[in-house]
Design a protein around this ligand. Structure first.
Ligand code: FES
Length: 172
């Protein structure tokens, strides 16, 4: 188990955090994934730790962390809702769907995670399944994804309610 010191990652924990991972630049993506798995997002000190571990400059690790939509530089919700903003999805309904999600979840301008940290709503690049447009992907805490094709406010409301019920059941 990796421990944090006052909310920051300690250099001493990198051996535990990256256990089994070779110190090589090609392992940068996996090192960042491990940091995010522990923290739920990538704080700057986590990116630095991953960069130092695999031996690449911070700027390189930072650009990788900002390029891939599976990484977040801010705290994210337990269920991460990725709204495709590729051309097909944008034009076929996701510009409205993302507004619907932000409204129904009470997210203010610039806010992407609900106060209870249950959901995050983020824009994403094309998932490569444009035939299902508009597409929304929910990343679940177990690492699996739910792909919602031909998404609309009705199906999205049902999805949110299903996850809320699941959470309520888990807390009983
Ligand atoms: S444009 Fe959305 S999946 Fe391709």
């Amino acid at each position: 188990m990796v421990e944090s010191e006052g909310g920051t990652l300690s250099k001493n924990c990198s051996e535990d955090l990256f256990k089994g991972l070779a110190r090589a630049p090609h392992n940068l993506i996996e090192a960042l994934r491990k940091v995010q798995a522990v923290y739920g997002y990538l704080p700057p000190e986590g990116i630095k730790l991953a960069a130092n571990y695999v031996g690449v400059p911070f700027a390189q690790a930072y650009s990788v962390a900002t390029f891939y939509h599976q990484y977040s530089l801010e705290p994210i919700g337990k269920y991460r809702i990725l709204v495709c903003m590729g051309t097909a999805c944008h034009l076929s309904g996701n510009s409205l769907n993302i507004e619907f999600l932000r409204n129904v979840l009470g997210l203010k301008q610039g806010q992407k995670t609900t106060r209870d940290r249950l959901f995050s709503v983020e824009e994403a690049r094309c998932f490569g399944c444009c035939g299902l447009a508009p597409v929304i992907v929910v990343q679940k805490p177990d690492g699996s994804n739910e792909i919602i094709g031909r998404a609309n406010p009705r199906s999205l409301r049902a999805t949110l309610e299903r996850y809320r019920r699941l959470e309520a059941g888990e807390k009983k």
